[in-house]
Design a protein around this ligand. Structure first.
Ligand SMILES: C[S@@+](CC[C@H](N)C(=O)[O-])C[C@H]1O[C@@H](n2cnc3c(N)ncnc32)[C@H](O)[C@@H]1O
Length: 170
């Protein structure tokens, strides 16, 4: 399900040069292997164990590139950085306060910068219908997250059957 997001993000990074990209909730950094080397990446996650794996990947695949790692909560991390691009792949629904995160992230962007948020939905049709049903009944994420993103005027791009990329430019 997340593969299409990784491919989309890969393509996006290859269209950029010399940008500082702050990635929120990198996890083990499966996509590090594919991202363009000619940007500076700040890989972050609240989970230090996962981030250690991401660091090993960065050491291997971004050998001639520029990168850094930072353990911490998304809101605290964005509040201390000034960057060109902020990415968040399949992590926003795990955050304590997505609304606060988006607001702080927009403050942290340089003028003309972009915030990219990837959200995935189950790819199997039956699972997806059941999932959407539960989301509507209990008003759970990511339906509520979509509402937040619309309120910040994000534009939505469908990148595969149940995978979306939301972007907003500062
Ligand atoms: C589903 S994983 C996505 C990992 C990766 N971005 C990907 O797409 O493969 C969600 C990640 O968000 C991280 N996370 C959860 N809460 C967080 C928080 N408050 N601040 C930063 N990262 C958080 C988790 O540790 C986890 O690595």
């Amino acid at each position: 399900m997340q593969k299409s997001s990784y491919r989309h993000f890969e393509k996006y990074t290859h269209g950029k040069t010399g940008c500082t990209i702050l990635d929120i909730g990198t996890g083990t950094g499966e996509y590090i292997k594919f991202i363009a080397k000619n940007n500076h990446y700040i890989l972050t996650d609240i989970d230090s164990k996962s981030l250690k794996k991401a660091e090993n990947r960065a050491r291997k695949y971004l050998k001639n590139g520029s990168w850094d790692v930072k353990v911490g909560d998304a809101s605290s991390v964005v509040a201390t950085e000034k960057v060109d691009i902020i990415s968040c792949l399949h992590a926003i629904s795990s955050l304590y306060n997505p609304n606060e995160f988006v607001s702080l992230a927009l403050d942290s962007l340089n003028q003309g910068g972009e915030l990219l948020i990837y959200i995935g939905y189950p790819s199997k049709k039956k699972v997806s219908i059941f999932y959407s049903f539960l989301m509507r009944i209990f008003k759970l994420k990511p339906v509520n997250i979509e509402k937040i993103l619309y309120s910040f005027k994000f534009s939505q791009e469908k990148i595969s059957l149940f995978n979306y990329c939301y972007t907003v430019r500062k």
